[in-house]
Write a protein that binds this ligand. Sequence first.
Ligand code: SF4
Length: 230
Amino acid sequence: MRLRIGGLTPLTTIDFPGHLAAVVFCQGCAWRCAYCHNPHLLAVGDDGEGWPRLRDFLSSRRGLLDGVVFSGGEPLFQSGLADAMEGVKSMGFKVALHTAGTHPGRLRRLLPLLDWVGLDIKTSFEHYPQLTGVAGSGGKARQSLALLLESGVDHEVRTTANTNLFDRNSLLALAEELATLGVSRYVLQQCRPVEDRYPLAQGEAAIFFRDRLLLEQLGAMFPSFVARQA
Ligand code: SF4
């Protein structure tokens, strides 16, 4: 099986809730978000021989890890992801996915294998092309969200609170739309500047997190709401 890996974190306690896990950073992504934190992963440069390395690593972690998180880049970019996940499951580990929902068709086929999904909803669906540079990307994210909600797979839906994309009202409007679509666990996460490439004004990254009323309003929309600061 072909798996293109750009990096591996041997242990995380926060990327797969309730589990000790390793994180596999997959190479490649079809989108080009301005604030991407892993631009070095967007190009596909690996030889595709990542599976033997991952398998050997996991063989040495039996009994020490509960699961594996496939993150990126964008894991759904890789057509060999299902085989890699099946391989991980066959070794007795659980599987989690961090995704922006770029390929809903692939997500549909993966859902039966998944134990947990973190789905990024980046902005209102109609504004996606401005952020990702890709026409139709909002429709793909929306379709992936619908598939995830229908699947019953444990998950969280999260939005990066980016002040270059949102003001208070547009953030509330997106949250309202997500609540109407059936999202029950919603996470607002703080945007981090990316050195010279994506600066944020001093204090700006935390602006939504200081707004107690906003956080209360968001909290009232969902059965579970988390404000996650960096
Ligand atoms: S979807 Fe994720 S990996 Fe792809 S460019 Fe956007 S932030 Fe980066």
